[in-house]
Design a protein around this ligand. Structure first.
Ligand code: SF4
Length: 204
């Protein structure tokens, strides 16, 4: 696995994306606290990995302005928080998969998370567990569809057919959660986007 991680870090660098290795989520959390200024606003993408360290609340408590739609009390507030997150100074998110050669693959329901990853926030951090490293781009897409999307649909209370079938059938269900398949292949500004790879199996 170590060689896979080294390959991902090397191949992301070729795509103008800096990636860093951490032994634990605790280390990731410390680094996030170290590099993000207290005066910065921070958008948070819906991520089981980030929820595990309660990042949104911890940043808020120490003084950052945080926009996290999962803290909203209704749909309208969630929409407002998503829009503000796209204009935040920093954006932190999980991701669905990374291929060994550095494709960052995500499937979104509404698209707010991938929108902020692509454009808006001046700095982006993506945190990913080793369970999400895939051998190839097609394996990363397969993981996003047949693992992440199904788990996320279940978590959010949607009922597309993949939950019963335990595989994606590219449904046309009104409960389809896969509306945006986005592959990030590089960055213009090499200091904008950082990937933090953590040596834990975490998230969907
Ligand atoms: S069956 Fe539908 S909702 Fe489920 S993973 Fe496939 S496209 Fe997405």
């Amino acid at each position: 696995m170590k060689t896979d991680i080294e390959a991902v870090i090397h191949n992301l660098a070729l795509r103008n994306i800096n990636a860093y290795y951490f032994e634990s989520l605790d280390e990731v959390e410390k680094e996030i606290h170290r590099i993000i200024p207290l005066k910065a606003s921070v958008g948070i993408g819906n991520s089981q990995t980030l929820k595990k360290i309660d990042l949104s609340e911890k940043l808020r408590v120490r003084g950052n302005v945080v926009f996290d739609k999962t803290t909203a009390i209704n749909k309208q507030e969630a929409r407002e928080l998503s829009k503000k997150a796209i204009l935040a100074d920093w954006y932190i998110s999980g991701t669905n998969a990374i291929s060994r050669d550095g494709h960052i693959v995500n499937i979104d329901h509404t698209g707010n998370r991938v929108a902020a990853m692509i454009y808006g926030p001046e700095k982006v951090i993506v945190v990913i567990g080793i369970n999400k490293i895939a051998d190839s781009l097609s394996a990363a897409i397969d993981r996003a569809k047949n693992t992440a999307a199904i788990q996320n649909a279940k978590r959010a209370g949607h009922t597309p057919p993949c939950i019963e079938l335990k595989k994606c059938i590219d449904c046309r269900s009104k409960d389809r959660v896969c509306n945006h398949l986005v592959i990030i292949e590089g960055q213009v500004d090499k200091d904008r986007f950082k990937v933090f790879i953590v040596n834990e199996r975490v998230g969907f």
